[in-house]
Write a protein that binds this ligand. Structure first.
Ligand code: SAM
Length: 279
C-alpha cells in the first residue's frame, strides 16, 4: 500500500488542465501553478503559446508530443531529481485523457515523486452534463479503433451496459461511426456535442436512426454520447418505428423486416411486441 501526503519534501509533477476552446475556462490555481513550476512540458508548444500569451505566463516550455513521450520521460525525471517542480499540459483539456501523460504518471509515481492534478476542463464531462442523457453511470470510451471490425468488437463489449457511452471522434469519421453505432445498438438516443465552449457550440439531441440522415459539419470537434442499454427501449422503439414505417406506407411484412434490421433483433421479437404484447 502506498499513501502519499503532499506535505513531504519531494518534487511534484503537476497535471494542469487547460481550456477546451474558451480561453477563460482555466482556474486561478492552474495559472499560478504554470507560473511557479520550473518547466512546463506541453503536447504542442506552439498551441500552448496562445494560452501563455493570453495569461502572460513566461515559464519555459518543452514539447511532450505523443510520438516522443517515451524519450521525454527521462528528461522530466531529471528535472524532478534536480529539485525542480514540473507541469504537464496538453493542447486542450486534461492531460492524459486521450492525450499523452499516462506513461509519464506511472514512471513518476514509480520513482517516488508526487503527482498532483490541477482539475479543470475536459470535453467528456462538459458534453455529458449538457447532453440530457443519464449522467451516472457513464463510461468514457475515448477514441474508438479505426477498423470497422475492431470498432464493432469494441462497441459489442458495452452492448448490455446500462451506462451512457462517451466517445471522442474526428469530424471526418462521425458519419461512419453513427452508422456503426446504429448497426450495433439499434435505435438508441444519441447526442452530438460539437465545438464545446466555442463560438459555434452545437448540441444535437436525436436518435441513432435519425442521426443517419444528419449533415455532419466536418469543421470542429465532436463528442458522441450514446444512451446506455435500457430494457424498455426495445418496446418503445419498435412501436415508434412501426408507426413511422406504417405512415410511410410499407406493408406489414416489410415493416417487421425493417424494424428487425434497424434494431438488430429477430422478426419474431418484433412480431411478439406488436401483435402479442400490445394487444
Ligand atoms: N484531453 C482532452 C480532454 O480532456 O477532453 C481531449 C483531447 S483529444 C486529443 C481531442 C478530442 O476531444 C477531440 O477529437 C474531440 O472528440 C474532443 N474535444 C476536445 N475539445 C472539444 C470541444 N471543444 N468540443 C467537442 N469535442 C472536443
Amino acid at each position: 500500500m502506498e499513501q502519499v501526503s503532499f506535505k513531504n519534501n519531494k518534487k511534484t509533477l503537476y497535471l494542469v488542465s487547460t481550456p477546451i476552446g474558451n480561453l477563460e475556462d482555466i482556474t486561478y490555481r492552474a495559472i499560478n501553478t504554470l507560473n511557479s513550476v520550473s518547466i512546463v512540458f506541453a503536447e504542442d508548444t506552439r498551441t500552448s503559446s496562445i494560452l501563455f500569451k493570453h495569461y502572460n505566463i513566461n515559464t519555459k516550455m518543452i514539447s511532450y508530443h505523443e510520438h516522443e513521450k517515451y524519450d521525454k520521460i527521462d528528461l522530466v525525471l531529471n528535472y524532478l531529481k534536480n529539485g525542480e517542480d514540473v507541469a504537464l499540459i496538453s493542447d486542450a483539456g486534461t492531460p492524459g485523457i486521450s492525450d499523452p501523460g499516462f506513461e509519464l504518471v506511472l514512471k513518476v509515481i514509480e520513482q517516488g515523486f508526487n503527482v498532483v492534478s490541477i482539475p479543470g476542463a475536459t470535453a467528456s464531462i462538459t458534453a455529458l452534463t449538457s447532453s440530457g442523457l443519464l449522467m451516472q453511470p457513464h463510461l468514457f470510451v475515448g477514441f474508438l479503433p479505426r477498423k470497422t471490425n475492431e470498432i464493432k468488437f469494441e462497441l459489442n463489449k458495452y452492448i448490455n451496459l446500462k451506462a451512457t457511452l462517451i466517445i471522442y471522434e474526428s469530424p471526418f469519421r462521425v458519419k461512419n461511426t453513427l452508422k456503426l453505432l446504429h448497426e450495433v445498438y439499434g435505435n438508441r438516443r444519441v447526442v452530438l456535442a460539437r465545438e464545446l465552449t466555442k463560438l459555434f457550440e452545437t448540441i444535437t439531441r436525436t436518435t441513432l436512426l435519425e442521426s443517419l440522415d444528419l449533415e455532419i459539419n466536418t469543421k470542429g470537434e465532436y463528442v458522441i454520447l450514446v444512451e446506455g442499454y435500457i430494457e424498455e427501449e426495445i418496446k418503445l422503439s419498435i412501436e415508434e418505428l412501426y408507426e413511422k414505417y406504417d405512415n410511410e406506407g410499407y406493408k406489414e411484412k416489410v415493416i417487421f423486416e425493417k424494424i428487425a434490421k434497424d434494431l438488430n433483433i429477430s422478426k419474431k421479437d418484433v412480431y411478439q411486441k406488436i401483435k402479442i404484447d400490445n394487444k
